[in-house]
Design a protein. Structure first.
Length: 327
């Protein structure tokens, strides 16, 4: 007698659950009413693999020692460059051998002359006997009074900006000793901490001609590494950094010491190493310019690879891996 009532209650429960769950009700006139809810549910639940793919990967790129010595080197290098140019302005010519003075043809020299036709002052840069007009940059530049001035390097590029050899030497020697001390800290920390072996030493696979050619071609096309390859320095970076640290910088420091009479009195073998004081001065100038070229290329690569990410890595040590390109 109570069966109809029980059946009705069961039917009510079933119908209620079916409608709320979005499953089509057989008694309903529109069986497809649940389809929009199903679609919405699919959109609202993202794929876990997709989330893992787009999630940024942050790694520790540079140690505190590398970061501190890097920025201290930047300061020292700027002071060295500007004061070095001020010293060069006192005698803007380079020679080879033990002696160099006015009257001997220089390997390279910067000067000025009066142009015969219009009687204007023009800057001349001489390299291996060939003259090039460099007015406005080298030889002749605008002075503080707005008039052309005989000066190898312009005032804005030297420290001090005025013609002061003694003060230029003071700045240069101060920055040089700080630079050498900072470099020694970096060198010792890199050797003891394994930075050179772990991060800068190329592997045998990276030194294969095919790998070198591929990496060079990617640099020419400005294609930066991504994914797993972005976790480490590429082979060209490693070769350049090792060349700078173990070749250019020692050559610049030793050639600079060779120009000091006090140092060469205690270590005369430096004359033989560089074939004379004037040769050391020329090598010092060349290595300094190669380092300037390295800095320009380095800054350009930072901008191409992502300035914010690269600067953050050198300030905080945190580096964001560039995700692989979607194919």
């Amino acid at each position: 007698m109570h069966e109809p009532s029980t059946t009705a209650q069961k039917d009510d429960v079933i119908r209620h659950d079916v409608i709320n769950s979005g499953v089509a009700n057989p008694d309903c006139a529109k069986p497809d009413i649940a389809k929009p809810d199903v679609a919405k549910s699919a959109v609202a639940t993202p794929d876990v693999k997709s989330l893992a793919f787009i999630a940024p990967i942050i790694i520790k790129r540079h140690s505190i020692t590398v970061r501190l010595t890097h920025w201290f080197n930047v300061l020292c290098f700027v002071l060295l460059l500007m004061s070095g140019l001020a010293i060069f302005n006192a005698h803007p010519a380079l020679y080879w051998g033990h002696y160099g003075y006015r009257g001997i043809p220089p390997l390279m020299g910067i000067g000025a002359m009066i142009e015969p036709t219009n009687r204007e002052l023009i800057g001349i840069t001489q390299i291996a006997g060939h003259n090039f007009e460099t007015t406005g940059v080298l030889g002749v530049s605008q002075g503080s009074d707005g008039q052309p001035t005989r000066r190898a390097f312009p005032a804005w590029a030297t420290l001090p900006s005025s013609a002061g050899l003694a003060l230029g030497r003071d700045w240069h020697f101060l920055a040089a000793w700080l630079f050498a001390f900072n470099g020694a800290i970096y060198l010792v920390a890199g050797l003891l901490g394994g930075h050179f072996r772990r991060d800068l030493l190329p592997t045998a696979r990276q030194l294969r001609p095919r790998h070198l050619a591929t990496d060079l071609w990617n640099h020419i096309r400005l294609r930066m590494p991504r994914g797993e390859a972005d976790r480490h320095y590429n082979v060209l970076q490693k070769i350049v950094y090792l060349t700078v640290v173990f070749l250019l910088l020692p050559a610049m420091i030793l050639s600079g010491l060779t120009m000091s009479p006090a140092v060469t009195a205690a270590a005369p073998f430096l004359f033989d190493l560089f074939s004379g004081r004037q040769s050391a001065r020329t090598i010092h100038f060349i290595t300094a310019n190669l380092l300037v070229l390295f800095v320009f290329v380095h800054v350009f690569q930072v901008l191409v690879a992502g300035a914010i990410n690269q600067m953050r890595a050198m300030i905080t040590g945190r580096y964001r891996i560039r995700a692989e390109r979607k194919t």
